[in-house]
Design a protein around this ligand. Structure first.
Ligand code: 13P
Ligand code: SF4
Length: 339
């Protein structure tokens, strides 16, 4: 596999292992906190009716959003598909900017709101449309597969998008020997272990998942008899080698639903285990707790403000949106393909 092309700035330095967090159902949605949020939740429900709006929430939202305020929850692929299908006039995207932009690309007639414009993504910030044009010039004729964690401008330069729920199938759907895979080098490396297609990488990474190490997972596993380790493919290869299952956030949720493990360590953004724990009291959830600062910018309060003031409206320049739409639609046609 070729070495990653120069991307943005970071490399994995030595990091202190993250402390292990154990979730108990009683810690989730505490009564006092829910009472304090009740007026905001009532406002949100009223405003949703008045504006024919829905709140579509990513699996990394906190339990008060994921379990109470959201009408639809899911991973990036589910949220993109939702945007195509919903009858609502307004979608409040409780997630990060690329997810709101993807919803707008898929369904330009809808009003798409994001409660905090600063909710970005280290992967999306690590590559530009000009970078993709340079890569294409370096590898003429090689198709570009782009993870949805990118800007509309980058999607517009791409042949097809993918998510962690269908990356391998998308790469193989092209029927070629080589693809350029951007921008997540770790997802790209994972794809390369699952297919014979050669994968040309970019050196982007997720600031949350790159922090996990194989060593810390091994040491936690040693102290937790019988634990199942399930990991998101944005993790580095040494982490994925330790995993019993690798999948998207929806894949991880479905794995727990199917297997009812006694004890599970989720190697992904920390809030997700809280959300899954609400549905699975039979399972003990333990994990090193890394939070995504971008996802955590979305709160019940700013969702209310977003619906009240109809801000911040996400717009994509029509010419870019049209080209990006082709890449996203091709991804949706492949659909979800994971166990
Ligand atoms: P999923 O599509 O698996 O939910 O992943 C999105 C993401 O941003 C993970 O960090
Ligand atoms: Fe981006 Fe990582 Fe946050 Fe997901 S967890 S939104 S990939 S920074």
């Amino acid at each position: 596999m070729p070495t990653p092309q120069p991307g943005h700035r970071r490399s994995r330095g030595p990091m202190a292992p993250t402390a292990l967090q154990i979730t108990r159902k009683s810690d989730l949605l505490p009564e006092a906190e829910m009472a304090a949020l009740a007026p905001a939740i009532e406002d949100i429900e009223r405003l949703k009716k008045e504006r024919n709006a829905i709140v579509a929430a990513h699996n990394y939202m906190t339990p008060d959003i994921f379990g109470v305020v959201a009408d639809i929850t899911g991973d990036s692929l589910a949220l993109a598909a939702m945007a195509k299908e919903t009858d609502a006039d307004v979608i409040v995207l409780a997630g990060v900017h690329f997810m709101a932009e993807t919803a707008k690309i898929v369904n330009p007639d809808k009003t798409v709101l994001i409660p905090d414009l600063r909710a970005g993504c280290s992967l999306a910030e690590g590559i530009t449309g000009a970078d993709v044009r340079t890569l294409k010039a370096q590898h003429p004729g090689v198709p570009v597969v782009t993870y949805v964690n990118t800007s509309a401008e980058v999607k517009a330069e791409s042949d097809i998008c993918c998510t962690s729920g269908n990356a391998v199938a998308v790469v193989e759907s092209l029927g070629v020997d080589r693809v350029i895979f951007i921008p997540d080098q770790y997802l790209g490396k994972y794809v390369a272990t699952q297919t014979d297609v050669e994968v040309i990488l970019w050196d982007g990474e997720c600031m949350v998942h790159e922090r996990f190490t194989g060593e810390e997972i091994r040491s936690h596993r040693a102290s937790l008899p019988g634990v199942s380790v399930i990991a998101h493919p944005e993790c580095p290869p040494d982490v994925l080698e330790e995993a019993d299952y690798v999948g998207s956030t929806n894949g991880i949720i479905h794995w727990v639903e199917r297997n009812h493990p006694e004890r599970v360590m989720m190697i992904t953004e920390c809030s997700m285990a809280d959300n899954v724990a609400l549905e699975h009291p039979e399972t003990e959830f333990v994990r090193p707790c890394n939070l995504c600062p971008h996802m955590k910018r979305i709160t019940v309060d700013n969702i209310r403000r977003s619906l009240e003031t109809m801000t911040h409206e996400v717009e994509v320049e029509p010419e870019i949106a049209e080209r990006a739409r082709t890449a996203v639609e091709r991804m949706l046609a492949v659909g979800r393909r994971e166990s």
